[in-house]
Write a protein that binds this ligand. Sequence first.
Ligand code: FES
Ligand SMILES: [Fe+2]
Length: 412
Amino acid sequence: MTLDTADLLDRRIAGRSLEAPFYTSREVFDLDLAAVWARNWIFVAAEGELPEPGDYVTTAIGPWSIIVVRDDDENVKALHNVCRHRGARILTEDRGSVGNLVCGYHKWTYRTDGSLLHAPAQGGGFDPACFGLKSVHARSVGGLVFVCLAEDPPPDFPEVASRIEPYLLPHRLAGAKVAARVDLVEDCNWKLTMENNRECYHCDGHPELVRSFFPTYGYREDQVPPTLRPAYERYRRVEAEQRETYERLGLPHELIEELDTRPSAFRIEREPLDLAGESFTTDGKAACRRLLADFPTARLGHLSLHWQPNAWFHVLGDHAVTFSVVPIAEDRTLVRTTWLVHPDAEEGVDYDLGTLTKVWTATNEQDAELVSRAQRGITSPAYAPGPYAPSEYQVDAFCTWYLARLREHVGR
Ligand code: FES
Ligand SMILES: [Fe+2]
C-alpha cells in the first residue's frame, strides 16, 4: 500500500506530535530527502575541520555524498563525490587531507577546486574543462560551513547569514582548532533527534547539563511554572549583569526567532549560564584556560544557534560545540559533535579533554537513549499524536516548518 502523503499532511493537528508514518515510513523518509535535505541549507562542518588546503570532510545525505574541501586558494568548496569518468565515489573516508582528488578507479585526478587536472590515456579531442566535479553551493557563516544541494537554494539564506554573522564573528570560529569530534548513531528518525533538541522538558534526564542551565531554560516568561519562579528571578538578575558585559564587549545578544516563517529558519540568542557562568562543566567554570577569542572574561554564558533542518551550536567564552544531524535511514540518524578551542590552546596544558567534552558526551548519550525509546514507542500501532507542553513550542515550530517544506514540494 502506498502512503497518501497529501492526506497525512492535511490531517496534522497543530500543537500535537506527528503521526507515526512521519517517523517510520520509508516513503516519507524518501520524501524528506527530496523536500527537505535536497532543497535547504544544511550545516556540514566547522571551518576548523579544514584548516589547511587539501583538508576535507565528506558527508553522506541519502544517496548523495558531498566533499567539503579547502582548495589551494584556501576557499571552502563543496563538490559532489562522484567521478566524472564512470561515476565512482572518489573519497571514501569521512575526513582527511589530499594534494589532489584522485579517483581510485582509473586515476582521474582533480584539483581541490574540482577542476579536472589529468585523465590518463584519453583519446584526442578530450576536453578536461568539460569534466570538472559538479559543485554544490557552499557558504561559510562566521566559520560554520553550510551546503545546499539544490540548483536554486532558498533565496533567504544570504539575509539570514548576514544577521547571524555579527553574533558569531567575535568568537573567531573560522580559525578555531578541533579539540574533539564524536559521531553517534541514534536509532531514530532524524526528526526525533531534532525535536528532542528543541525542548528542555526532558532535561531532568540530563543531570550534567542541567547544572549549567538555569532551570527555566526554554520557558518564555509567561510560561514559567510557579515552582520555578525563584529560579526565574535569579536568572533575570544574572541576565541583567551579563547584558552589561555583552554590551561592553560589543557582542550582539538579542533573541531572533524565525523558526516557522521562512525556509532558512533559525533561532539565535545569547544567554547566561548558571553556576560560574563560564562553560558547560559541572561547576560552570571554563574548561579551557586559553579563551576562544581572547576575551577579557570567560563569563559570557552561551550563544546558542538553532538551525533547521539539521543543527545546533553553543558558543562559549572558552570553547564552542557544533552539532550536525544527518539522516541515515527512516530509523537511524547520525549526530556529529565537534568541540572547538583557540588555535593555540594545548591539550593537557590549557584544557583536559575529558573535562571539556564530559557534559555534552553524557548529554548526547542520554539523548540517544531517549530518542530511541521514542522511536520504539511510535512504531507501535497504539501510538497516537499527543499534545505539546508550552515549553515545547520550538518542537511545534519545527514540525510546522517541516510540513511547510513537504507541502511546497508536493504542491499542497
Ligand atoms: S570512475 Fe573515476 S577514474 Fe574511472
Ligand atoms: Fe536532551
